[in-house]
Design a binder for this molecule. Structure first.
Ligand code: ZN
Length: 312
């Protein structure tokens, strides 16, 4: 039988079949995908084949279909092993807010760089529009312009007023969307507004923080009434940038990538070199200075970077 993994708890997987039934499945023995050193062999979003057990209520996963894409984060700090967060994603959506809390632009940029690296289309959703109207209208427009100018779709929404909800529903329809966003951005309420009755888990991130240890959090997939799936990643603030060289980073900033051939030196790092087309574009305002600052911050990154993937 064939199905899609909608939830994983590390040793058990909930698999949804085409007819809508959900079975608990296990993995027996070795089941490895080539080329991936992951702590979890099966991830949410995986299409799997499974055999029914004699009780006909549980199954054993026998095969994982090749993944269209997948996103990972480091399993443990300093480790080369990775944890696959989700597979077969059509798009990723970051819920951000300008107020209460203010999502740092650098966090948005790190999210976008990672999405580019995984070749997953990214959309920015600015929530709590009701708080900005008449107060931060210009800031909102300027912020969205920064990202629209480099090709990212941005929408402004409010769970309170209903603004943008129809557009958001349209974006999510019939797609598998990985949802991301800091706690406090109203992600869960927003999804419940888009699809009433779909209650994402909230506020269960404290255990990992309290123990002071890295605790693996698992993504979960929810089916939308109007078609499509949402993958929620509780406890994961953002997915990590893994093993990215400065060159890789420059390739994942669209506005830097498009200017690379115009730099005087082919190995330009866009930091100090003369004749740098990127720095010239920052000076002339063609590249947003916030984006350039994020680029510099990311290439100078170390393990203690404050916006890296965290389990709290
Ligand atoms: Zn340059």
């Amino acid at each position: 039988m064939k199905g899609i993994v909608i939830k994983s708890t590390g040793s058990n997987y909930l698999v949804r079949t085409d007819d809508g039934s959900v079975l608990s499945c296990k993995v027996r023995g070795k089941l490895r995908l080539e080329g991936i050193r992951a702590t979890n062999p099966v991830s949410v979003g995986d299409i799997v084949e499974f055999d029914l057990e004699s009780d006909e209520a549980t199954g054993v996963i026998t095969k994982i279909h090749p993944r269209k894409n997948y996103i990972v984060r480091k399993a443990i700090k300093q480790s080369k092993e990775t944890h696959v967060i989700a597979a077969n994603i059509d798009q990723t959506l970051l819920v951000a807010t300008l107020l209460m809390p203010e999502t740092p632009l650098e966090f948005i940029d790190r999210f976008l760089v990672t999405a580019e690296a995984y070749k997953v289309p990214a959309i920015l959703v600015f929530n709590k529009l009701d708080l900005y109207q008449g107060v931060l209208d210009e800031v909102l427009e300027e912020t969205m312009d920064i990202y629209r100018n480099i090709g990212y779709r941005c929408i402004a929404v409010s769970s309170v007023t209903g603004d943008g909800i129809a557009e958001l529903r349209d974006i999510l329809k019939d797609k598998t969307t990985l949802l991301s966003g800091w706690s406090g951005t109203g992600k869960s309420t927003l999804i419940n507004t888009v699809n009433p009755g779909l209650n994402l888990r909230t506020g269960e991130v404290s255990m990992a923080t309290m123990s002071g240890k890295h605790t693996t959090t698992f993504a979960e997939m929810f089916q939308l009434d109007f078609g499509g799936y949402i993958i929620d990643t509780p406890g994961i603030r953002g997915f990590g940038i893994i093993n990215m060289t400065p060159e890789d980073v420059s390739h994942n900033f669209p506005e830097i990538f498009s200017r690379l051939s115009q730099c005087k030196f082919y190995n330009c790092t866009h930091t100090h070199e003369p004749g740098c087309a990127v720095k010239n574009a920052v000076d002339s305002g063609e590249i947003a200075s916030s984006r350039y600052h994020s680029y510099i911050s990311i290439i100078n990154d170390d393990e203690s970077g404050k916006y890296r993937t965290k389990s709290h």
